[in-house]
Design a protein around this ligand. Structure first.
Ligand code: GLN
Length: 192
């Protein structure tokens, strides 16, 4: 069984756990402590409020350990706020968090909560069918480094990307009824 954690400090935790429960050979766990960070095979950083999650990572002394595990190759997937936590650069220029993924992320890129929207996209590496994408006060990726593979763009903005063991999506697959991106992440864990 793969032990896939969901960082459970703030944000859409239970939705990710529910999705992981739909996948064979996966044991989902909520992660709140350094022991749990050390125990999981992979980790999802959920959507929520990146400033809050980033502060809690520091307050609970999880930041350095988590960064080290990611640098050492633990598979990680950041959705929305989670993507902001992974980014090496943020726009507008702001305090960065884990600084592990070579992406420059624009926060609240689509405007306020009222500008949240849903669309669909065909992402060949993730699913043979178009999947629905939910954007909730979402960021997008302005630019990526050479090692980063762009997986999906919407209106010319990058909304999904991968760099080795790190996956980032602007959107929230955990609030749709389609577990394709979760299955892609599990395949990624198995292949790394
Ligand atoms: N706008 C939020 C932030 O900056 C992210 C929104 C989300 O995760 N749905 O943290």
């Amino acid at each position: 069984m793969l032990k896939v954690g969901v960082l459970a400090l703030q944000g859409s935790v239970s939705e990710h756990i529910d999705m992981l429960n739909r996948i064979e050979n996966v044991c989902p766990v909520e992660v709140k402590t350094s022991e749990q960070i050390n125990e999981v095979d992979a980790l999802i950083l959920p959507g929520g409020e990146s400033t809050t999650i980033g502060k809690l990572l520091v307050d609970f002394s999880l930041h350095d350990l988590l960064k080290k595990r990611i640098i050492n190759g633990m598979p990680v997937w950041g959705t929305c706020a989670g993507m902001i936590l992974l980014a090496k650069k943020l726009l507008p220029e702001a305090h960065t968090h884990l600084e592990v993924m070579d992406i420059c992320v624009k926060r609240n890129a689509y405007g306020s909560q009222a500008c949240s929207f849903e669309t669909a996209a065909f992402i060949p590496s993730i699913s043979p069918k178009p999947i629905s994408l939910a954007f909730i006060r979402a960021p997008y990726i302005e630019s990526v480094g050479k090692q980063v593979e762009i997986l999906c763009t919407v209106d010319n903005n990058i909304v999904a990307a991968r760099e080795n063991n790190m996956l980032a999506t602007s959107f929230h697959p955990e609030v749709t009824d389609d577990e394709s991106v979760h299955r892609y992440f599990v395949r990624m864990i198995e292949q790394l």
